[in-house]
Ligand binder design. Structure first.
Ligand code: GRG
Length: 314
């Protein structure tokens, strides 16, 4: 196995362990909600968002432990959005991550609450993480870290809310019955998919005190490019992917009459855009590698990650 796949597996395993530990099984009266949360959260997603948290932390010289609460929170928020996205009122999907979607395995009310509970718990974990950092910063007299750590939770909430992922989903729902132009569609994807793929780097940059640096601009640009590329690949896989590898049905966008990169640009046009965005991300990585202030190894990993996402089959 190449170093890249080895490292990817390592980050994913670290995420898995972390999620399993912070969301224990409970045998209390509200046991069902814990079962539903764990069912969806521990269903084996790719864990790309936490991977981005860990590698961008290392890029800036931080320990992965420092960003762990935020990485786990982001993955819980992502899972909560998948649970809600699969509901009949939204995309109405029966399968997710290779198993029945949450509302099919449990019921709709439980799925709504499991999504709500994962979202709420994510902010509890992120809030605790920020408090821990602030305490450390105060004890060591690092005022800049204390100031920056106090901004993390609001930043995360912003990227999830109406100017972030939720805003994107609102445009997405509108796009089912209305034809939207390429500019609105671009905004939709940057918000719905892009925000949660960019916030890991934003949080790492903030905690590392790198916000005003060239490397911050590069890593945010990289994240935005792979965020858009990720959605294009998603749209292509919905047309020509293998449902067994994907762990969900294909053809759902067509069934919902959705505007996608494929309907806007055709399958070849979508593939070309995907390659252009990947190339842009690769160029950002090369620029990061040339900076002494960044870990070359992490920049190399990010470059390989962009190429991995270009070709992903699931
Ligand atoms: C409950 C916070 C909250 C929000 C509700 C439903 C909704 C608003 C937003 C939906 C956002 C959404 C589903 C975006 C799609 C992003 C996308 C391409 C998901 C697939 O991500 P992968 O491939 O999935 O990383 P795995 O399973 O690997 O984690």
């Amino acid at each position: 196995m190449s170093d890249f796949y080895e490292k990817l597996k390592e980050y994913a395993a670290y995420t898995e362990e972390g999620l399993n530990a912070i969301l224990p099984k409970r045998e209390n009266y509200q046991k069902t909600i814990y079962d539903a949360m764990r069912y969806s959260l521990l269903a084996g997603g790719k864990r790309i968002r936490p991977v981005l948290s860990f590698v961008t932390a290392e890029l800036f010289g931080l320990d992965i432990e420092t960003v762990k609460p935020f990485a786990l929170a982001i993955e819980m928020i992502h899972t909560s959005s998948l649970i809600h996205d699969d509901l009949p009122a939204m995309d109405n999907d029966d399968y997710r991550r290779g198993r029945l979607s949450c509302h099919k395995r449990f019921d709709e009310a439980t799925a709504i609450l499991a999504g709500d509970a994962l979202l709420t718990y994510a902010f509890e974990v992120a809030g605790d993480g920020a408090s821990g950092l602030i305490t450390k910063a105060v004890v060591s007299g690092n005022e800049e870290l204390a100031r920056n750590a106090s901004k993390v939770v609001a930043l995360l909430a912003n990227r999830v809310g109406t100017e972030g992922m939720i805003g994107g989903q609102v445009i997405d729902l509108k796009a089912e019955d209305t034809i939207i132009d390429e500019y609105e569609h671009d905004t939709l994807c940057r918000l719905k998919t892009g925000c949660l793929l960019t916030v890991p780097a934003e949080i790492s940059g903030l905690i590392a005190g790198r916000k005003e640096t060239p490397e911050y601009g590069l890593i945010v640009d990289y994240s935005k490019s792979i965020g858009l590329a990720f959605q294009i690949r998603d749209d292509i896989l919905d047309v020509e992917g293998d449902p067994h590898l994907l762990g969900k049905n294909i053809g759902m966008d067509d069934a919902d009459n959705k505007t996608t990169f494929v309907t806007l640009y055709g399958i070849d046009g979508a593939k070309q855009k995907l390659e252009e965005l990947t190339q842009r991300a690769v160029n950002d990585c090369k620029a990061l590698m040339a900076l002494e202030s960044c870990s070359t190894q992490s920049a190399e990993f990010l470059l390989e990650l962009a190429n991995f996402l270009l070709e992903r089959k699931y």
